[in-house]
Write a protein that binds this ligand. Structure first.
Ligand SMILES: [Fe+2]
Length: 579
């Protein structure tokens, strides 16, 4: 009898569910893709139903349910934090506690109630710790039998950063940094102060950093102030924060604004207001400090474990710019970052923790691609098209054999048109990797602005990613280690920068996706065809959405296509073009 484990991440942000059957991932998806609520944190009932259906199982067939953290340890942290910082935090603490008591103390009961919606059965439920789940998500699906494990995020129960070693089915945590000292929360405090939303705007802050002036005295001054006043980055990468500047331990805000304003001489930027050079310099300064911490952690992980490979997870592991530099700072030969490195990925991590640690099973799986979400059949795609206004005239709709589809599609991209590209199973994790992507010509510098303004309706500084045929990586970038999940940024070779200006960021780097035929044959074929027509083995890839969760169903793809006035849309084998 096969053993299936349902992993659940919920109630904080980016809820998700995953199912592993006999140690192999069958499906994994974030709740936001179904409910269309960005970063949806509610119980992932839709994602649970989907992964069970994909596995062909009912709830009662499950061997176990794994929830991504220990509710009572987290409760203990809140209580102890209160004692440490009382009385200054009493008011806000009381309101935080009320919310917490309401929602989280009864998490087990809530979880049981929610799970009852999936079926009537008593399934053993486990609560592995947050950072162990991160570590499990990084190591178990990696292709390595042995690796150093680094997890870095805001905070789970107590831990904010860990270094460990994975060997076969075993994970050993060697070092652990505890709340309130946290590189993730430090980065989030800057996300807050630069006027972005905490827990989702961190990406914007990272995208803004290269616009900071690396040669300006102000950037250097900010960095010095961060390192002398806010944080001590130790040699091993661990950090000690000066809690006088931070309010997250006691309040509901990240930073003490009055103190920050006095220190940096600029107030917190109002959300949505114009971004002056000072905030760009600040973004660069905190990025540099974060990189220093990540690189020192990587060095420490190498020294502690002596491993050839490193795996990573946790929100800070999404800092691809820092990750890309690990190869310069350490002798690690490969770095594997779980495609859903943030808290969504804990659904996979918690399930694997149970499989290997509680059930004691050996390893038998490597996650070599990220396509673990729902797919829709050609019939479903056809009926979505029929129900859409695209079929009411004015659009050309054709079902094409693969070769012709790829030839025409690559020509559309090369012609400077913007293409919606929708294929197969949806991606697991925050990045679109060629199944729910908007694809454009990387050779045209104007693409950046066209996409940000016309299609994505987002800040003009936001970068775009290059997807490159994996074997060509070294010809275009300064490194060629695989980056299948867009989790590493490398420098574009100076002589190639004007050949792919659109996905090259202002600092000359690109957050690349290396594409192999094995991982995604059709996307690989599309890029190959683009190369045949243009000589460039790279396309610009951005997620298929417009200020909403990435599209999941074909109806959402059609809707986004119509709303944003893309030029063409491919759904499976169907090509739809505007007149
Ligand atoms: Fe986390």
């Amino acid at each position: 009898m096969k053993k299936a484990i349902l992993g659940v991440s919920a109630f904080y942000h980016d809820s998700a569910a995953a199912i592993i059957v006999d140690g192999k991932v069958i499906a994994a998806a974030q709740e936001e893709r179904f409910t269309r609520k960005k970063h949806d944190s509610s119980f992932p009932i839709n994602a649970c139903r989907y992964v069970l259906q994909e596995a062909g199982l009912n709830y009662k067939d499950l061997a176990a349910v794994a929830f991504y953290e220990k509710p009572f340890l987290k409760f203990e942290r809140l209580l102890e934090t209160y004692h440490a910082f009382a009385p200054s935090g009493f008011v806000s603490f009381a309101s935080a506690m009320l919310a917490w008591i309401k929602e989280k103390l009864f998490m087990k009961r809530m979880l049981r109630e929610q799970l009852a919606g999936l079926g009537d059965a008593e399934i053993p439920t486990y609560f592995p710790e947050h950072h162990l789940s991160h570590a499990a998500s990084a190591f178990y699906p990696s292709p390595f039998n042995e690796a150093a494990i680094v997890t870095i995020d805001g905070v789970g129960e107590w831990a904010t950063t860990t270094i460990g070693r994975g060997r076969g089915k075993d994970i050993e945590i060697l070092e652990e940094l505890h709340f309130p000292h946290s590189i993730g929360l430090l980065y989030s405090a800057f996300t807050f102060y630069t006027g972005f939303a905490v827990n989702s705007g961190e990406y914007k802050l990272m995208g803004l950093a290269p616009y900071g002036n690396p040669d300006s005295g102000r950037t250097a001054e900010y960095k010095t102030k961060i390192e002398t006043e806010l944080v001590d980055v130790r040699n091993d990468g661990s950090v000690v924060l000066n809690m006088e500047y931070f309010d997250y331990a006691t309040g509901l805000k990240m930073a003490n604004e009055a103190k920050w304003e006095k220190l940096f001489g600029i107030p917190r930027r109002k959300p949505e207001s114009e971004i002056s050079q000072a905030y760009m310099d600040m973004a660069l300064a905190i990025q540099q400090v974060t990189e220093e911490s990540v690189l020192r952690l990587a060095k420490a992980a190498r020294e502690l474990t002596g491993c050839k490979y490193m795996v990573m997870a946790g929100g800070v592991a999404l800092n691809c710019v820092a990750n890309g530099k690990i190869f310069d700072a350490t002798p690690f030969e490969q770095v594997y970052v779980h495609p859903a490195a943030g808290d969504a990925g804990l659904a996979v991590g918690a399930a694997y923790y149970i499989w290997h640690q509680i059930l004691g099973k050996p390893r038998s799986f490597a996650m070599n691609h990220a396509y673990w979400g729902p797919a829709y059949s050609p019939e479903e795609i056809r009926s979505a098209i029929q129900a859409s206004t695209v079929s009411q005239g004015g659009y050309t709709i054709a079902e094409l054999p693969e070769e012709e589809l790829l030839r025409r599609t690559a020509a559309i991209i090369a012609d400077g048109k913007i293409l919606g590209w929708y294929q197969g199973r949806a991606e697991w994790g925050p990045r679109a990797l060629g199944n729910r992507s908007i694809v454009a010509d990387p050779r045209r510098p104007e693409m950046k602005e066209i996409l940000n303004r016309r299609i994505k309706h987002r800040e003009i500084f936001r970068p775009f990613a290059p997807s490159i045929l994996a074997e060509k990586t070294g010809e275009w970038f300064d490194k060629s280690h695989p980056s299948p999940f867009m989790s590493l940024a490398y420098s574009v070779l100076p002589e190639k920068r004007d050949k792919i200006p659109a996905p090259t960021h202002v600092d000359g780097t690109g957050r690349l996706q290396t594409v192999t035929r094995e991982a995604n044959p059709r996307y690989y074929a599309l890029i190959s065809e683009f190369e045949r027509q243009t000589g460039v083995p790279v396309v610009l890839n951005t997620s298929f959405n417009d200020n909403e969760p990435i599209v999941c169903r074909p109806e959402e793809a059609l809707d986004c296509f119509l709303r944003t006035q893309m030029d063409a849309l491919v759904l499976g084998n169907m090509l739809i073009t505007r007149p």
